[in-house]
Every structure is written in C-alpha cells, then in structure tokens.
Design a protein around this ligand. Sequence first.
Ligand SMILES: Cc1cc2nc3c(=O)[nH]c(=O)nc-3n(C[C@H](O)[C@H](O)[C@H](O)COP(=O)(O)OP(=O)(O)OC[C@H]3O[C@@H](n4cnc5c(N)ncnc54)[C@H](O)[C@@H]3O)c2cc1C
Ligand SMILES: NC(=O)c1ccc[n+]([C@@H]2O[C@H](COP(=O)([O-])OP(=O)(O)OC[C@H]3O[C@@H](n4cnc5c(N)ncnc54)[C@H](O)[C@@H]3O)[C@@H](O)[C@H]2O)c1
Length: 465
Amino acid sequence: MSFDYDLFVIGGGSGGVRAARVAAGEHGARVAVAEESRMGGTCVIRGCVPKKLMIFASQAGLMAEEMRGYGWEGAQAGRFDWPVFRSKLDAELTRLELIYTANLERSGVQIFHQRATIVDAHTVALADGTTKTAKHILIAVGGRPALPGIPGEELGLISDDLFLMKELPRRVLLVGGGYIACEFATILSGLGVETVQVYRGDAVLRGFDQQARDMATVQLSEIGIDLRLNVTPTGLARAGDRIDVAFNDGSHEEFDAVIWATGRNPYTGGLGLENTGVHLRGNGAIAVDEWSQTAVPSIFAVGDVTDRVNLTPVAIREGHAFADTIFGGRARKVSHATIASAVYLRPHEVAQIGLTEEQACARGDVDVYATTFRPMRSMFAGSNAKVMMKLLVDPGTDVVLGCHIFGPDAGEMIQLAAIPITMGATKADFDATMAVHPTAAEELVTMRQPTRRHRLEVPAQAATA
Ligand SMILES: Cc1cc2nc3c(=O)[nH]c(=O)nc-3n(C[C@H](O)[C@H](O)[C@H](O)COP(=O)(O)OP(=O)(O)OC[C@H]3O[C@@H](n4cnc5c(N)ncnc54)[C@H](O)[C@@H]3O)c2cc1C
Ligand SMILES: NC(=O)c1ccc[n+]([C@@H]2O[C@H](COP(=O)([O-])OP(=O)(O)OC[C@H]3O[C@@H](n4cnc5c(N)ncnc54)[C@H](O)[C@@H]3O)[C@@H](O)[C@H]2O)c1
C-alpha cells in the first residue's frame, strides 16, 4: 500500500518538531506536520521561553535592593512598562516561530497550518476537509490547562492568557501550588502586581523535597506574595469589572484577575481517537510503551499527551528517539528514571534530580549531606535569604541518589550536577572534585559528614528471626 507520507506528525511543539526534523532531515523520510496554532508549541509560544523572559523582567526590584546593600544609594527599579516588554516579547516569539518553521522546511517537511484529526490507523483529516495518509502517525498534541470545575470558573484566566494581557491587573489571585502558580506568583509580584496565591495544601511544590518545599513556601511570602495555605476557591462571580471570589473558609474577596494554575490535562479530546484502537489512561493521556508506541502499531505518541514527565527536554528526547528508531534504523528508548528540573522562583530557584529525602527514606538506608547557609552575595547586602544544598547517598554503594538545591541559579547548578549523577557518581567522586572558590555551588563538593542518617526500621520480629 502506498501512502502520501512516511510520517504525519500532529502538533508542532517540542516533541513533534524534533521528530519531524530528524525523520526528514537526518533519515530522509517523507514527513508532514499539522499545527493548529503557532509553530513551536507550548514551550516556545506560551511556556518556558516567555515565562523565563518574564522571570528576568521581574527581578529588577530585588536587584535594586541588593545593590543598595552594596552602597548604590537610592538604587531603584524604576517604572515597569508592560507594553514595551510585551512588544519585545512578541517580536522574540515571532523570531523563534520563524526559525522553527524554517528549520522544518529546510529539512523537507511539509507544514499544514491547521488542525488535524485522526480518521483511522493511517489517515488524518485536515480542517480544510482534505485527508492525508501516512505509514506512521505521531501524536504530539501536548496538554491544555485544567480548570477546577467550580461555578464561574470561566471568569478566570489560564497561563496562555498571561502572555497576551493588554495591561497588568492591579490585584490578582493565583490558584495552585505547582510550577506554574509559583513561577507566575513570583513574576507578577516582581512586576508590581498585588498578588494573592492560594494553595489547598500545607507547602507548595508537592513532589519536591520537603526541605526545598518549605523554603520555597517561606520565600514566596518573603518577596511580598500574600500566600494562603489550605485555602481554595469555591466559586467566582462577576462584580462590575472585577471578580468576586468565594473561598472554602467562607470568606469573599474581589480581584481584577483570577488565574488558574491547577494542572494540565493531555489534549486528546476531539482528536478522533475513538476511530482507532489507541488506549487512553484515566486522565485522557495516550497509553504508550517504552518505544512511545500506542496499542495501534502505526500510531505513536510523545510529549505531554502521554503524561510521562511533562517537560520540554523530555518531549524533545522522546520525539528524537522515535525518529531514530523508526526511520534511522537505530533503536533508542528514553529513560525517564533520573530527570532534573527547576522551578524558576526569585531570588532563589528550586532544582532537583533523583530521589527526594522522603523517597530515599522509603526506599532504604540513606545518608543525608545537607547544608543551609546565607550566601556571601546577598548576606553582604543585608539579606537573610538562605541557600540549601543536599546530597542523598546510599550508604551501601556510596551512589548519590538525589540532589536538591534551593538557591540563586539553582537550575544552572543542577544541570551540571545532573551529569555525574546520571552517570552514577558516588559521594567519593564528589569528594574527589576540587571546589571552585568562592561559589555557592562549592558546597556540593565540600560536605564531608552526613547531617543525618536514616535507617530503614526492621520490624522487631524480622530482626530476631
Ligand atoms: C506556563 C508553562 C511554563 C512551562 N515552563 C517549562 C520550563 O520552564 N521547562 C520545561 O522543561 N517545561 C516547561 N513547561 C512544559 C513544556 O512546555 C511542555 O512539557 C512541552 O511544551 C511539551 O511539548 P509537546 O511537544 O508534548 O507539546 P506542546 O509543546 O504543547 O505542542 C503541542 C502542539 O500541538 C498543537 N496541536 C494540538 N492539537 C492539534 C491538532 N489536533 N492539530 C494540529 N495541531 C495541534 C498545539 O497547538 C501545540 O502547538 C511549561 C509549560 C507551561 C504551560
Ligand atoms: N519550570 C518548569 O520546568 C515548569 C514550569 C511550568 C510548568 N511545567 C510543567 O507543566 C506542568 C503543569 O504545571 P502546573 O503548575 O499547572 O501543574 P502542577 O501539577 O505542577 O500543579 C497543579 C497545582 O494545582 C493544584 N490543584 C489542582 N486541582 C486543583 C483544584 N481543583 N483546586 C485547587 N487547586 C488545585 C494542585 O494541588 C497543584 O498545586 C508541570 O507539572 C510541569 O511538568 C514545568
């Protein structure tokens, strides 16, 4: 049977673009991509890239404060001009979008700027009514923000909206305690918006190391965010040009904007998957095996739509591995075992790789090498902000099981620590590494004695048997 293409990719985001470019450009496959919005997807257009630029923009106040501590009398951040920033941001995103498009075209990929849905195991339908056949279909449609399911939720904004605001709200409510809520609370507060963040749990960033979570929770309040724990909205109603929010403690408050950061769901609705034998998990994620293959042999899926680890480098790696395996004759699997990540807060970021202290304790014996200190740079300026560095070590093998950093540029630090840890480095390898002085990161190679040792408790009966 002959097909229009060897590969049809649905979704021009991190995973889809990489797979298409490698399959066509490196392995000579005939490839098409359908993208219903802007090429580049969530990361480039409404995620990592604009978010990080906004983080940079939001630190002026903290930088001015620090510089006053260094003798720059009267140093001030000045007035932030959102329209100026936004027009620069729009230009930058357009530049990136054009680069993504050009790279695909240069690789010989045909691009359809429209929505695609699945007709059967080898056929997709485009929004213009045409159909295309392909030997393989790759679903890389990403995710969409999840709403909490309460009355009036349509009055709230989602993270996509934040990059398109005409003006900054005066008073905002951010709902959630995950990556997006914490990063956007940090951004908006840094840009001068009166920011309230509500989270239904005790400490933000569930899933991260507890010590880092506690420090992040304190920092959010210290930089001026009105962080309220164990609080959640129960309903929204319009109040003139503001929004009245009812909370679970019976209180009401008005805000100029409410932003949902209550998670993301795989974007599989309306994709036509019911026409195929592709299996979905409970939250709508596409079930795939270790080769990113679905239950239908010709259909594969990568990235957030599979809800494995929802990060850009993971989607890219999965897309690349798929293309090498199917079109390059090089079978490659992606290990999801040890993946570093960072939450871009200010002044200190949260970054991690491997097990948390809680997970390591549950797994078995662990030695914890941890330090908290005031870094020289901010301490000199009069700040009390503390850094935390932690290595979790298996006392039996000496292998480093996890590393957690709460500090300035922790994301940059964890990227480098991730190399030896992914290679299986031991604590002795860290000890053998000469420090770079004076840096904050040198603590990672100078912690000599365990701060605490956790030993798995052996039940009394088993111990005496
Ligand atoms: C605010 C925010 C900040 C983030 N920050 C970070 C970060 O700092 N670091 C990090 O690693 N990750 C971050 N992420 C996560 C990261 O963006 C995602 O993990 C990554 O983009 C997933 O890539 P993907 O290819 O699976 O999907 P996406 O990048 O979402 O791409 C999917 C594409 O498919 C298109 N599409 C969907 N359905 C169809 C259809 N039927 N037909 C045609 N096109 C379709 C969409 O328009 C979209 O362009 C962030 C996410 C958000 C929301
Ligand atoms: N720096 C980064 O790498 C980065 C940044 C942003 C996003 N991301 C990726 O995007 C994903 C999505 O981010 P996110 O912050 O939306 O999700 P998340 O899963 O990290 O956090 C969701 C938050 O919403 C809360 N929540 C969920 N339902 C709720 C409800 N009904 N009412 C009140 N609170 C509710 C949860 O308790 C949690 O705190 C992340 O998991 C991550 O993979 C990564």
